[in-house]
Every structure is written in C-alpha cells, then in structure tokens.
Design a protein around this ligand. Structure first.
Ligand code: 5AD
Ligand code: FES
Length: 347
C-alpha cells in the first residue's frame, strides 16, 4: 500500500476521511516527511513566492473572564499578575511598530469586560487615524454580532478567533460549561458575514485530542474557508487544570502545517510563537513546511512576561526592535524574505 503521506502529496484536495486519518496516524519517516515539506513549500512559493508577512502583535490586556482549561491567563489563575495597557500605550506600541516597518497591527487580549465596545472602538479608530495605511486586526474573543459590527465600522478589517477544536465532545473537555462550540462557530460566521478577513485555527496535541478530532478541524476549516489558519502545539502551563499534561510534539505539528498548506494553498498560515517556544528552530521549520506569516511581539517589554498563556513563552525579554532584527535573520536563514506590506490573503 502507498504511504498516506505520499498519497496526500499527490492529491491533497481529494483526500477522503480514511486517507486523512491514515496520514494523521502515520509514524514519522525522515525521507517521506522531507518530501511532504518540500511539496508544501512548492505550493506556498507558487502563490506567495518567498514572502513572509509580518504582523505586529500588541497584547493589550491579560485580564480574562473565561476559564479555558489550557490557558495560563484564565480568570481562576490567581497567581497571574494582571495588566491593561492604556490607549496611549497601545498607540505608542503601534508607532514603534510603524517605525520598524509593520503595516498590520493585531490587538490581542483576554476577554476583558473593562474594554467595552466603546473603548475598543475608540482605540481602533485612533489606530486607524494614526496609521491609515495599516490594517487593524482584532483578537479579543467571543462577542455579539452587534459588537463585531461596531468594531468593523470603527475600522477593524481582520479578526482572529481560533475555533480550538471542532469536535463538540473535545470542546467540552477543553472548556467549562459557560463556553460552547456552537457560540464559537456563530462568532466565526458573523465575522465572515460582516466582511472581516477571518483567521481561525486550533491547537495541536491539546489534551485528549485524537486524529478524529483533527479530521473534524480540517473539515470545519474547509467549510469556513478562512483567510488565515493559525495552529501551534499545545504547551503546558502549570497553573491550569491541565498542569502536567504533555505538550504537543514538534514533528507532528510541522506535519500538520504542511498538510494545511497543501489543502489550503492560498491561506495565510503563521509560524506561531508556540512553535518557537517548543523548539529553538520551530518557527523556521514551520516556514519551510508552508507557513508564510510571523507575528512579532510589539508589547512593552515590562508586560510581555505577564501574557503567559503557556510556560516559557519566547520573546518576553526582547525589545520590539530586537525581535525585528532577530526575525529578519531567522526568515532569511530559512530561505525567505520578510515583507512588511499590508499583505492581504489571496483567498
Ligand atoms: N498552549 C498553546 N496554545 C495556547 N493557546 C492558549 N493556551 C495555550 C497553551 N497552553 C492558544 C489558543 C488561543 C491562542 C491565542 O493561543 O489557541 O486561541
Ligand atoms: Fe523576538 Fe527572536 S523574534 S527575539
């Protein structure tokens, strides 16, 4: 029988459930996986060349009302030191990012009730006015359709909301009763209908995850057809109910990145910080397997260690300018070119 990996390389779009499950269960093999990563790289180069888009990430609040079992900034973690940036601080981060060449800003935070719709809209409009040539992305969780519409009207054009897992039973194992996959999906479809460029995605190797769950994630993404697909390994955080659960595996994660590139040729796929945290070359390996976006941190150095969704997160001691130089070198060393353009997806 032909290896599932080789069968997927030949015809990724037509892979049926059985083939995908076989792929997800197949043991790693250096030669086969080299072929997989090369195939993904070819697809990425055919659509995006050697460009790697940079998006400046501003983590503006680590307050969160939710209690996802995997996340270090969950409300119940009383040991997390909490912070909020002021609008002035947020704008200063963006100014610094602008000077470093970034033309997309991602405002990311926990679900923090302090940041009412009015406050978010004010920040989005101010950012939009200060840098009209930039795209403003929000990543602030589940909101009502009216809220999403208000942010859009204020100038936000992109929204990142990972679905985390598309299997309802698995979703229940990762989140408390107060959250539901149904509402998550409602959010994603509202965002699409309003006209946002949408990013979704999931963790790889999250507790209790099976190949069948991952298959469900892939099928859900095919339905949603998002502009961006963000995935990264699950990483343990000791102050969560999942303390001590094993983190995701690097190699398996990179295989998933390659699979996603083959199945979603035109999607934006970030080489996530979680990959860089799991392994010193994790982001470079993701780039070589089809990823084409990196989101450098622009948050003030003083608060970076506090946005600790998982343990040992990288880039918490660096200044924004240091990350800029570091990333430029890393991207070049992997054989690509850092691009600071707004970088809309081709989807
Ligand atoms: N390990 C890896 N990724 C995590 N996220 C949250 N907690 C963890 C963790 N412990 C991811 C989620 C979320 C994104 C911002 O970070 O997928 O959507
Ligand atoms: Fe931040 Fe390398 S990207 S130090």
């Amino acid at each position: 029988m032909e290896s599932p990996t080789l069968a997927i390389i030949k015809n990724p779009q037509q892979a049926d459930d059985a083939l995908l499950l076989d792929f997800l269960r197949e043991a790693p093999d250096p030669e086969r996986d080299r072929a997989l990563f090369e195939a993904a790289d070819q697809v990425r180069r055919a659509h995006y060349g050697d460009a790697v888009y940079l998006r400046g990430l501003i983590e503006f609040t680590n307050y969160c009302k939710n209690n996802c079992y995997y996340c270090g900034i969950r409300a119940a973690n009383a040991n997390a030191k909490r912070y909020r940036l002021t609008p002035e601080q947020i704008l200063a981060c963006a100014d610094e990012g602008y000077a470093l060449g970034y033309r997309t800003f991602v405002l990311q935070g926990g679900e923090d009730p302090y940041f009412t719709d009015d406050r978010i809209c004010e920040i989005v409009s101010a950012l939009h006015e200060a840098h009209p040539d930039c795209a403003v992305t929000l990543s602030i969780g589940e909101k009502s359709r009216a809220s999403y519409q208000a942010y859009f009207d204020a100038g936000a054009r992109r929204y990142l909301l990972r679905h985390e897992t598309a299997d309802p039973a698995h979703y229940r194992m990762l989140h408390p009763e107060s959250m539901s996959l149904e509402n998550r999906k409602r959010c994603l479809s509202d965002l699409r209908e309003i006209g946002y460029q949408v990013g979704s995605g999931f963790m790889i190797g999250s507790p209790y995850q099976t190949p069948a769950h991952l298959l469900c994630d892939i099928r859900f993404l095919q339905e949603l057809d998002p502009h961006m697909i963000g995935v990264g390994p699950y990483l343990n955080h000791p102050e969560t109910p999942f303390a001590g659960m094993p983190s995701g595996e690097l190699h398996f994660g990179i295989r998933i990145v390659a699979l996603l590139r083959l199945m979603f040729p035109k999607a934006l796929i970030p080489a996530t910080t979680a990959f860089g945290t799991l392994h010193p070359q994790g982001r470079e390996l993701a780039l070589k397997a089809g990823a084409n976006v990196i989101m450098p941190n622009l948050s003030p150095t003083a608060v970076r260690p506090l946005y600790e969704i998982y343990e040992n997160k990288i880039c918490t001691g660096e200044e924004s300018a240091q990350c800029r130089g570091c990333l430029e070198r890393r991207i070049a060393s992997a054989g690509y070119r850092a691009v600071t353009a707004v970088g809309d997806s081709l989807v």
